[in-house]
Design a protein around this ligand. Structure first.
Ligand code: KG4
Ligand code: ZN
Length: 340
């Protein structure tokens, strides 16, 4: 069978990314131009700055991806692009570029949900992985437990009621003065800390056992920091980070393993920026082992935002006949499973 070459484009937040992937699994190039430094001084992503930077970077990044893959635009079979969820101005840069390329070459345009893209990162990392399985997606904007029924069918089993897990990492890091993005900074500080030093809350809902809430945890950590500062005591930053990280990992692991057991899944995948967290990976693997469930996650570069995962998800969408027309628009609040 002839190979299918997909050019993936991702601009939903603060990474401008393009990638060439063969048959949804084999990455020929994966170019990511991060704007993190531009936004760091503001402690978070500034949407207007992000959009302007995407405009400057999008064409050079796509050029680089094609050059590194040694593939010409004519050889590309389809153009896959993130159309939501994300920042509207940022998304529009990728969508416009993808439309222009697809239109000028008369090639199929495929729309990809960013969260479904994060899930697909696992197909690149694990060539034998096939649905069904349970996937925990924990990123800066999303925390979901999803039953991946097929490559293009998703059933949400649990979601956050307030903050996303990554958002909590970013906010706590800001309060502690650790900088942006918060996840890697907190993970580094937590390495030398005691995860039992503070007993931060783990929230559960009886009516929706797989749902999350991180805003209470965030407030508890912030209150602890304020109280210690008011008393003029030195801040045990490492202990606070380790205890906070443990509290997040505990609920993510607990709920995901319970969801996997409910549907008798033999595989759990982790996806999204927070999946880069080694404490989460270790806790999940140890806990799932007890129930003979294997835990898979992508390598670090495929956890955070990238376009290889978009090209992979795009390949499966293309296979199921899910192409877009020239009216494709950005959908900032797109939900999982709404692309069908
Ligand atoms: O998936 P992603 O790159 O962008 C979104 O789609 O949101 O995720 C970014 C989030 C940020 O909140 C960042 O702090 C978090 O992922 N993150 C981490 C780690 N690396 C990135 N959180 C915990 N531990 C990490 N090592
Ligand atoms: Zn993301």
């Amino acid at each position: 069978m002839k190979d299918t070459i997909v050019l993936g484009i991702e601009t939903s937040c603060d990474e401008t990314a393009a990638s060439v992937v063969v048959n949804g699994r084999k990455v020929l190039s994966n170019i990511i131009s991060s704007q993190v430094d531009l936004h760091a001084e503001y402690g978070g992503v500034v949407p207007e700055i992000a959009s302007r930077r995407h405009v400057e970077l999008i064409l050079p990044v796509i050029d680089n991806a094609l050059r590194e893959a040694d593939v010409t635009l004519e050889e590309v079979d389809a153009i896959a692009v993130t159309y939501g969820p994300g920042l509207v101005g940022a998304l529009l840069v990728g969508v416009s570029a993808a439309k222009a390329i697809a239109f000028s070459l008369n090639k199929p345009l495929v729309r990809v949900n960013h969260i479904e893209g994060h899930i697909a990162a696992n197909y690149i990392a694990h060539p034998d992985l096939e649905p069904p399985y349970v996937c925990l997606i924990a990123s800066g904007g999303h925390s979901h437990i999803v039953h991946v029924v097929s490559y293009t069918e998703f059933r949400i089993m649990g979601r956050t009621r307030d903050d996303a897990a990554g958002e909590a990492f970013d906010k706590i890091a800001r309060v502690l003065g650790l900088g942006y993005p918060g996840g890697p900074a907190i993970e580094r500080a937590a390495k030398d800390g005691d995860p039992k030093a503070f007993n931060f809350p783990r929230v559960n809902f009886t009516d929706a056992p797989y749902d999350f809430s991180f805003s209470g945890l965030k407030t508890a950590v912030i209150n602890t920091v304020h109280q210690l500062r008011q008393k003029g005591e030195p801040l045990p930053v490492e202990d606070i980070c380790a205890s906070f990280q443990q509290a997040v990992a505990d609920v993510l692991v607990d709920h995901t393993v319970s969801a996997a057991k409910e549907i008798k899944a033999d595989t759990i995948c982790i996806a999204g920026g927070v999946a880069a967290n080694s404490q989460l990976r270790e806790s999940m693997s140890q806990r799932a082992l007890k129930d003979n469930i294997r835990v898979l996650y992508p390598k670090l570069i495929l956890c955070t935002d990238n376009a290889a995962m978009i090209a992979s998800a795009g390949f499966y969408a293309l296979e199921s006949g899910r192409t877009a027309d020239w009216k494709l628009n950005a959908v900032p609040s797109l939900k999982i499973g709404e692309s069908g």
